[in-house]
Design a protein around this ligand. Structure first.
Ligand code: NAD
Length: 250
């Protein structure tokens, strides 16, 4: 149980971020749902009504330093500590490489990579002051693997894996862990169209991932995996392990 522990999740108004928030709440933690969508406040109020811990929503844009700083300040004044952060807000423009505009690339890298960087820097400064903390970033199968049309997204998610290693090494001896969870095909509002239908048969498990089964991994890596730092854990139904040969072979 995680009662008296405080978790903050970015991009938590829906999808994976909401699922991870609900999983922390189920463990009894106090949870701060943040998102640039104002609906996050109401979403948090609903979760609070069914949870033992205190659940609040804060409007926070991961691309804006002042927004991140204000949210962290509010958390510290209300709860006095921050144990776990899940940097989840992300998404991107998916196009074949030669068709990517500068704007497509800037938007994708600006949200996923630079947004994660800005959050990590502010969170690490806070963790260094309080003397502890655990960060879990959100990579993707696209951190390692290119299914086609993922140019800007691959760049951003691969970079998140690199920043995870860099920050983990910088602060491993200061009671601060930094890891990354890389989801595979997961049904969410971001991924609920033709793409998920087309890709599902390519997954060795022949199904997509549910937010609930993924959320448990985020909570475990953040709170239980106490000797793990700098790692990216892939949860992809076997995609990155390889392809199954259809014909028998020796
Ligand atoms: N769904 C998948 O199959 C899948 C697979 C691999 C990785 N991921 C990653 O998981 C994360 C969550 O994906 P999802 O499928 O739940 O997406 P989603 O679009 O359903 O949710 C993303 C959330 O991030 C918020 N957000 C967007 N820009 C923001 C900003 N600037 N500041 C704050 N919040 C912002 C959105 O409002 C939304 O609530 C992303 O990083 C995504 O790249 C998803």
């Amino acid at each position: 149980m995680l009662d008296k522990k405080v978790a903050l999740i970015t991009g938590a108004a829906q999808g994976i971020g909401y699922g991870v928030s609900a999983a922390f709440a189920e463990q009894g933690a106090d949870v701060v749902l943040t998102d640039y969508q104002p609906s996050v406040v109401e979403v948090a109020q609903k979760l609070n009504a069914q949870s033992a811990g205190t659940i609040i929503g804060i409007v926070m844009d991961v691309t804006k330093d002042e927004s991140i700083d204000a949210a962290l300040k509010q958390v510290m004044s209300q709860f006095g500590r921050l144990d776990f952060v899940i940097n989840n807000a992300g998404g991107g423009v998916l196009k074949p490489f030669a068709e990517l505009t500068n704007d497509d690339f800037d938007k994708t890298v600006g949200l996923d990579l630079v947004g994660t960087f800005k959050c990590m820097r502010a969170e690490l400064q806070l963790f260094l002051k309080q003397g502890f903390g655990s960060i879990v970033n959100t990579g993707a199968l696209g951190s390692f693997y290119a299914p086609g049309g993922f140019g800007a997204y691959n760049a951003a998610k691969n970079g998140i894996m690199g920043m995870t290693q860099a920050a983990a090494v910088d602060y491993a001896d200061q009671n601060i862990r930094v890891n990354c969870v890389a989801p595979g095909l997961t049904k969410t509002p971001l991924n609920d169209g033709a793409f998920i239908e087309t890709m599902t048969p390519t997954v060795p498990m022949k199904r997509y991932e549910t937010v609930e089964e993924l959320a448990k991994v985020f909570v475990f890596v953040a709170s239980e995996a106490t000797f793990m730092t700098g790692q990216t854990v892939v949860i992809d139904g076997g995609v990155s392990a390889g392809m199954k040969a259809e014909a028998p072979h020796d």
